[in-house]
Design a protein around this ligand. Structure first.
Ligand code: PMP
Length: 437
C-alpha cells in the first residue's frame, strides 16, 4: 500500500483557488481545516472510487455527503440524466419529471401528502420554517445543539449556558433579531424541552430536528425522544419538522421515519429532504400535511419559489436513484457498513484507542471517546487530534473519510468486496497512527 502520495496538482489548484474563492473551496469542510493537509481535487469518480487530479485513487466514504447512495456514475442514473439533458436543461415551466419525483416521495413517506421541490437542503428547511411560521402565526423556532439544517439565518445558532437559551448568532452576518427567535436545546433531553415549552410554548411555531442527527457525528434519538417531541408540540400547538435531508431515502426506503417505525401518532407535520432524492444533482424538497402545504403560493399566502426548482435533469437523476434503491440495496448498505465499522472498531481496540461506534441504520460514525455520545456536548469531548491522525493515515492509504470527526461515514450500493477489503487493509496502520501522540 502506498503511504506517500504526490498531491502537487491538488496543492497547485488549491493555491490558485484561494486567489479566486474564499479558502479555495465552495463549502468550508472541504478545506481540510479540521484534519490538516491538502484537500484532494477529484477529477472523476466511478462506483466506490475517487480519482484525484494527481492520479491517486481512494475508496470513497463521503459519497458526496450522502447523495451517492448507488455509487458514482451509476449507469442507470447516467442514462436518465443523458436522456433528460438531450431534451433541454431547464424550462421554467412545469414538466413531467418533477411530478414523477413528487409522486415517488409521497408514495414512500406516509405522512407526506404533498411536496414542493427546491434545489438544496438549506432552501428546504428555510421554506419549511417560513411555512410553519405562516401556519401558526408564531415566530419562535426550537432547534437542538449539534443539529445542522443548512445555513439558514435562524438556524445558525448555538446554545449559550442554561437550560433554554435564546441563542447568539453562530455566524457573523446573522442578526441577533433573527437568532433571537431561535431556542437551542440539548439533544435527547426531554427535561430541557419541557422547561422551554413551559416558558415559551405559546410562542413556538415549530420544533425542527434532524430525524436522527448525523451532523455532530451520528447521535440517534434515545427511545421515546421523538415521541416526546411529537407530544409536546401537539400539546402547545406548534409544528414538528423532521429534517430528513441526510437520512431521507438512506436509512430506509422511507428514510428515518420508515426505519424508526413511527406510525400515526408520532408523524411529524413537515419533512425536509435532499441529498439522495437528487441523485447527486441539486434537488431537495419539503412536504407534509396537505392542509399545511396548501398555504404555499400560489394557493396560499406563504411565498416560496425557485428558477431551477424541479429542474428536469436533477429530477430525472433523483427519480432514477430512488427507483434503484431496492430492499437489496438497503440490505447491502447495512452489511457493508457493519463490516467496515466492526473492522475499524476491532483495530482501534487492538491499538488501545478509546472509541464509540454509533448508528442510524447504515449511517454510522466513530467517535474517539470512551463515553456513548447522546448530544453535542458529548460529541465535543472526542479526541479530534486522534481522529486527524487516523484520517490522515487512511487517506495516505487510499481511503477518503469525511474530513471531520463530526460527520457520518457514508457507504453505497457500489461498495463491493474489493473496496471493503481495501478499507479493511488500511485500518491497522490508521489505528496505530490514532494511538500515537
Ligand atoms: N439538513 C441536514 C440534516 C443536512 O445534513 C444538510 C446538509 N448536510 C442540510 C440540511 C443542508 O443541505 P444543503 O447542504 O443541500 O443546503
Amino acid at each position: 500500500m502506498r503511504m506517500s502520495q504526490n498531491t502537487s496538482t491538488s496543492q497547485a489548484l488549491l493555491d490558485h483557488a484561494r486567489s479566486v474563492t474564499p479558502g479555495g473551496v465552495n463549502s468550508p469542510v472541504r478545506a481540510f481545516r479540521a484534519v490538516g493537509g491538502t484537500p484532494r481535487f477529484i477529477r472523476e469518480a466511478k462506483g466506490p472510487w475517487l480519482t484525484d487530479v494527481d492520479g491517486n485513487r481512494y475508496v470513497d466514504l463521503i459519497c458526496s455527503w450522502g447523495p451517492m447512495i448507488l455509487g458514482h456514475a451509476d449507469p442507470r442514473v447516467m442514462d436518465a440524466v443523458q436522456q433528460a439533458a438531450s431534451r433541454g436543461f431547464s424550462f421554467g415551466t412545469p414538466s413531467e419529471n418533477e411530478v414523477a419525483l413528487a409522486t415517488e416521495i409521497v408514495s414512500r413517506v406516509e405522512p407526506v401528502e404533498q411536496v414542493r421541490l427546491v434545489s438544496s437542503g438549506t432552501e428546504a428547511t428555510m421554506s419549511a420554517i417560513r411555512l410553519a411560521r405562516g401556519a401558526t402565526q408564531r415566530s419562535k423556532i426550537v432547534k437542538f445543539a449539534g443539529c445542522y439544517h443548512g445555513h439558514v439565518d435562524a438556524l445558525l445558532a448555538f446554545a449559550g449556558s442554561g437550560l433554554a437559551t435564546f441563542a447568539l448568532p453562530d455566524s457573523a452576518g446573522v442578526p441577533a433579531s433573527s437568532a433571537g427567535e431561535t431556542i437551542v436545546l440539548p439533544y435527547n433531553d426531554v427535561d430541557a424541552l419541557d422547561a422551554a415549552f413551559a416558558e415559551h410554548g405559546d410562542e413556538v411555531a415549530a420544533v425542527i430536528t434532524e430525524a436522527s442527527p448525523g451532523n455532530m457525528g451520528v447521535v440517534p434519538p434515545v427511545p421515546g425522544f421523538t415521541k416526546a417531541l411529537r407530544d409536546i408540540t401537539t400539546k402547545h400547538g406548534a409544528l414538528l419538522i423532521s429534517d430528513e435531508v441526510m437520512t431521507g431515502f438512506r436509512c430506509s426506503a422511507a428514510g428515518w421515519f420508515g426505519h424508526e417505525g413511527q406510525q400515526g401518532e408520532t408523524a411529524p407535520d413537515l419533512f425536509t429532504f435532499g441529498k439522495v432524492m437528487g441523485g447527486g444533482f441539486p434537488a431537495a424538497a419539503f412536504g407534509g400535511r396537505r392542509d399545511l402545504m396548501e398555504l404555499l403560493a400560489p394557493d396560499g399566502p406563504v411565498y416560496q419559489a425557485g428558477t431551477l426548482a424541479g429542474n428536469p435533469i436533477a429530477t430525472a437523476a433523483g427519480l432514477a436513484t430512488l427507483q434503484a434503491c431496492t430492499p437489496e440495496v438497503y440490505a447491502h448498505l447495512d452489511r457493508v457498513a457493519h463490516t467496515i465499522a466492526d473492522a475499524a472498531s476491532s483495530e482501534l481496540m487492538k491499538a488501545g484507542v478509546p472509541h464509540q461506534v454509533q448508528w442510524a441504520s447504515s449511517m454510522f460514525s466513530i467517535f474517539f471517546t470512551d463515553e456513548a455520545v447522546t448530544n453535542y456536548d458529548g460529541a465535543k469531548k472526542q479526541d479530534i487530534h486522534a481522529f486527524a491522525r487516523f484520517f490522515d493515515a487512511m487517506l495516505a492509504q487510499g481511503v477518503h473519510l469525511p474530513p471531520s470527526s463530526f460527520e457520518a461515514w457514508f457507504v453505497s450500493a457500489s461498495h463491493d468486496d474489493e473496496a471493503v477489503a481495501h478499507i479493511v487493509e488500511a485500518l491497522p496502520t490508521a489505528a496505530r497512527a490514532a494511538a500515537s501522540t
